[in-house]
Design a protein around this ligand. Structure first.
Ligand code: SPD
Length: 277
């Protein structure tokens, strides 16, 4: 069969792009919040795109979802109530409910179209959304956090890039609200982009999280379809330290394990300098 000549190109900044060969377009819509596209790619299976930015692909989604979920979930000794802000594709929820201690996991996603598209085109990512412990709320996550003080053990912020509806999820005001929504030994983690192309954002987030939580930590993972492949996450914690984790409490992971947990906290020198400056 001849190869398709259709390509999806994400312009990651004015000097950088990533291209994936497209077999076909499966879905395109303009939701009240963003454009949403689903493609079948040759290299990475199905691809979810919001506002022209790669959100997830069948082949590498496990890295991002496991790392945003399991590093903070293991840092808390007994996470029972968990909130995921954004993350409408369900990947983070799927990982959260692998933890036997979880009694309730709320997904606060602003755009119901993302949840519906994921259920239809990414059933293996969305699988956890029908678990009885999961409560899917189609709401503004910022407002939801503000309205639920002293409620959660862990809050995970699975945002899009800091444009459009996600801008407010990268602000000090929001981290302070997250702090209030956490119980007295709660902790949070957020996706915070690439140290190669988003240095200023990472520095600002680190400054704000450090100014809000007694314990803060940047950690890294390798996500091939995200800009530069080197991806960062920022944790803020009231009491528990990610360095103190000793064992892996979940099974069926493909990236995360106890060694990777600790390895992800070891920062290359240029990233260390970035977060310390
Ligand atoms: N540049 C990509 C940033 C995407 C972060 N969120 C992805 C959502 C996957 N659940």
């Amino acid at each position: 069969m001849p190869q398709s000549n259709l390509w999806f190109t994400e312009l990651q900044n004015e000097n950088l792009s990533i291209g994936l060969r497209i077999e076909k377009t499966l879905h395109s819509e303009v939701t009240p919040y963003q454009t949403l596209d689903v493609y079948e790619t040759t290299q990475y299976g199905r691809l979810l795109v919001l506002d022209g930015c790669i959100m997830t692909t069948d082949k590498d989604e496990f890295v991002y979802h496991e790392m945003l979920a399991h590093v903070p979930m293991h840092t808390h000794p007994n996470p029972k109530n968990v909130l995921v802000v954004g993350g409408g594709d369900g990947g983070i929820i799927r990982e959260v409910i692998k933890h036997p201690s979880v009694e309730r996991a709320v997904l606060a996603e602003i755009d119901g179209a993302v949840v519906e598209a994921s259920k239809k085109y990414f059933p293996q990512i969305a699988a956890g959304l029908s678990d009885p412990r999961v409560d899917v709320q189609i709401v503004d996550g910022i407002q939801y956090v503000e309205d639920h003080p002293d409620t959660f053990d862990v809050i995970l912020i699975d945002s899009t890039d800091p444009i459009g509806p996600a801008v407010g999820l990268f602000s000090k005001q929001f981290y302070e609200s997250v702090f209030r929504a956490l119980k007295s030994d709660g902790l949070m983690a957020a996706q915070t982009e690439s140290p190669f192309v988003n240095q200023e954002l990472i520095q600002n987030v680190m400054r704000d999280v450090r100014g809000t939580f007694p314990i803060s930590q940047l950690y890294l993972a390798h996500v091939p379809t995200y800009p530069t492949g080197m991806w960062s996450f920022t944790m803020g914690s009231k009491v528990h330290r990610p360095q103190d984790v000793q064992t892996c409490r979940v099974q069926n992971t493909r990236y995360y394990n106890a060694q990777v947990h600790h390895a992800s906290l070891a920062l290359p020198q240029f990233v260390k300098e970035l977060v310390e400056s």
